[in-house]
Design a protein around this ligand. Sequence first.
Ligand code: TXA
Ligand code: MG
Length: 332
Amino acid sequence: MFESNKDRTEILSADADGIKKASALLTEGSLVVFPTETVYGLGADATSYLAISELFAVKKRPQINPLIVHIKDIDTACNLAEIPEAAWPLIEKFWPGPLTLVVQRKKICNSISNLVTSNLETIALRVPDHPIALRLLTEFAKPIAAPSANLSGKLSTTRTKDVFSNFRGKISAILDGGSCSIGLESTIICFESNKPIILRLGGIPLEAIENQLNQKVIIANEVRKSVEKISSPGQMLSHYAPKARLKLNVVQPKENELYMGFGFMPTESIGLNLSETSNLIEASTKFFATLHDLDKMAEQMKIDIIAVAPIPKLGLGLSLNDRLKRAATENF
Ligand code: TXA
Ligand code: MG
């Protein structure tokens, strides 16, 4: 399906040798894509200005949009940042896992490049829940900055072959971890006067966060004006755009449209189903891979529109709808 040695992008198997090689490449300042439980990450040494500059250039990402720093454990988070009281119940429940915390960066003994944090006073931290990511972080023994492994503004990737088509020939290596289990990027939370605010809905259902905190939680883009100074710069920019145009909440697609179904597929529709049993967890896992596949089908069949079934606005469905809205807005 994809060749490794051609064009200098190596596909590494995630065994001891592969992890060692990936770590050595990071040490020399190269970029390495690695799997996490959410999506694949485009990794670079978070302490190296040069490696991080290369990362922004290769991803075509504006340097005003900061990166998530991946760390191996909670102790590392405490060394790098001030952890507010309100963060602890979240850390206890969701780390390692699909939770990113935006917290005050410590100024002393902090070797993270300012480029990673776009010169902000805050830093985004995550302990991923993926054996390969954790083994890489342990072997490398330094934090790894990693945005989602896609060209800026395009679909995130949850399979090696989608990473390969984004970055073939542009990066040193991809650690092959098969398919990502959650399939949506992490939920990002910041704190204002010790009050949690969700900057990006993601791999944790909103209700699970509210249960853990025993309170309703504000979502930043719903109150963007009041939280402007702490809102995530990347939120406005991300749009997960496929090449085809997306049309949302379609129950019956037209003849010249491909269909992304949720539950049943209407008779005579052509497309792919996110979950035959209307299961939001399954739909999330398959979401980006299905969009990649539909986009390819659309190109081959010369179809311009992917119509998308309504997806319930609860649990991970809220995170899915958020991504769909951005993807569709970009195109229309
Ligand atoms: O699941 C994930 O979060 C994946 C995997 C690889 O960990 N990473 C990911 O990174 O989705 P990225 O760069 O695609 O999205 C990170 C988001 C961006 O919207 C960025 O603006 C925001 O995090 N962010 C990073 N640092 C921030 C900060 N200090 N303050 C506010 N937002 C920040
Ligand atoms: Mg991204």
